[in-house]
Design a binder for this molecule. Sequence first.
Ligand SMILES: C[S@@+](CC[C@H](N)C(=O)[O-])C[C@H]1O[C@@H](n2cnc3c(N)ncnc32)[C@H](O)[C@@H]1O
Length: 170
Amino acid sequence: MFLISYLFLGVICFFVFIFTIYSVYAMFKGAPFVPTNNKSVQKMLELSNLKLGEKMIDLGSGDGRIVFAAAKTGAVCLGLEINPVLCYWSKFKCFLKRSKNVKFKRINFWNYHLGEINVMFIYFIPGKMEQLQQKIMQEMKPGSRIISYSFTFPNWQYQAKDGKIYLYKV
Ligand SMILES: C[S@@+](CC[C@H](N)C(=O)[O-])C[C@H]1O[C@@H](n2cnc3c(N)ncnc32)[C@H](O)[C@@H]1O
C-alpha cells in the first residue's frame, strides 16, 4: 500500500516538475499559462463570428477550453501549446469527448505557419504583440480575423471591441 502511495506521489511530482519547467520556458517564448474565464471565452466566440468549416487556431491553447468551445460551431479547430502537460491533457480530453474536429499540437507557435487559418485566438503579453503582428502580416490571408483577449497590437486599429476582447482583420 505504501509502495503504491509513493509511486502515485512520484508520478504527480514528475508532472508538476515538467509543468513548472515548461511554464518558465513559455514565459520566454510567449506568455505564461493564465486561463481565460468561461464567460470571456463565450464573448470571444461571439465576436469572432466563427462559422462551420472555417479553420480556427488558439495560439497557446492552455487547457484547451477555447478550442473545445469553438468546436461546437463546427469549425476545424487547432490548439498549439508548448507545455507538454497542458497539451497532452487537452489531447486526453479530446479523446474522452470523441471530438472529431479538434486537434492539439505540442509546438512552439513561432514555428507554425498561419497561412491556412481563418480565425485566430490569442491571449498573449503586451511586450510580444508587435512581433506577433509581423508574423500575422507575413503569413495570414487578407480577411482573416484575430481575437485578442486583454491586449491590443501597438500599431493596428481593431475593428470591434467587447470589454477586454478585441477583433482585428488582416
Ligand atoms: C495566457 S495562456 C492562454 C491559454 C488559453 N489560450 C486560454 O485563453 O485559456 C498562454 C498559453 O500559451 C502557451 N504558450 C506560451 N508561449 C508559447 C509558444 N511559444 N508556443 C506555444 N504555446 C505557448 C502557454 O504555455 C500558455 O498555456
